[in-house]
Write a protein that binds this ligand. Sequence first.
Ligand code: GCO
Length: 254
Amino acid sequence: MNLFDLSGKTALVTGSSGGLGHAMARGLAEAGARIVLHGRDAEKLEKAQQSLRDAGHEVAVASFDVTDESGIAEALDALEDNGLSIDILVNNAGMQLRKPMVDLERDEWQKVIDTNLSSAFLVGRQVARRLIERGQGGKVINIGSLMSSVARPTVAPYTAAKGGIRLLTQSMAAEWAEHGIQANAIGPGYMITEMTQPLVDDKAFNDWIIGRTPSRRWGTPDDLVGTAVYLASPASSYVNGQIIYVDGGMLAVL
Ligand code: GCO
């Protein structure tokens, strides 16, 4: 039996037009899952869908605001009306805003918290309600960060949100494991994406990353695929409430 086979499963990955989300969606597709890509930019979403279709994968798309629960519910109902019941949810959508706390606007704080943390709760529980009703179990994978465990200056709302992701994941395990739903998290390290490109381009920050990371390199979105497939597959059926850091060893050392 292939413990990592996702055939017959449907996976929704939020924020999967590009970056980490798209790499994980591609990896889940290559493991056999039918994919629902999600994004707010119609053109980027269509290009991402075509890219996976060109690779021979079955791909649908959904576009909804991950902070608007009625829109989330409508989107999930529409998917189900098209025969796409979600078995695997990857809560990946997020944003970054780098500014000292004393300079933050109140609505900037709230937007980062809502986009990175409340979204995982709202999409997660809408999917969980349907999974519990279907009674066939399922998988929830929340995307955390190094900031689920440590902090650095100028990213307080993101850090608070990603810290919340770690304990929200444990709360999901506490309430949903009895329904055969395994909820876990992935904590990506410093990965090269659109969101971190300004840091890569900053020589001092780049030099710090290379020196501070035992693997002596930035991560790439593809570095997350194996962990995503593992947590989405039968191989992790008895794993619940955990966070796996894919960080080149950064959190393991001083
Ligand atoms: C930052 C970065 C980090 C990374 C990632 C690290 O400004 O420090 O955006 O937050 O995005 O989350 O795990």
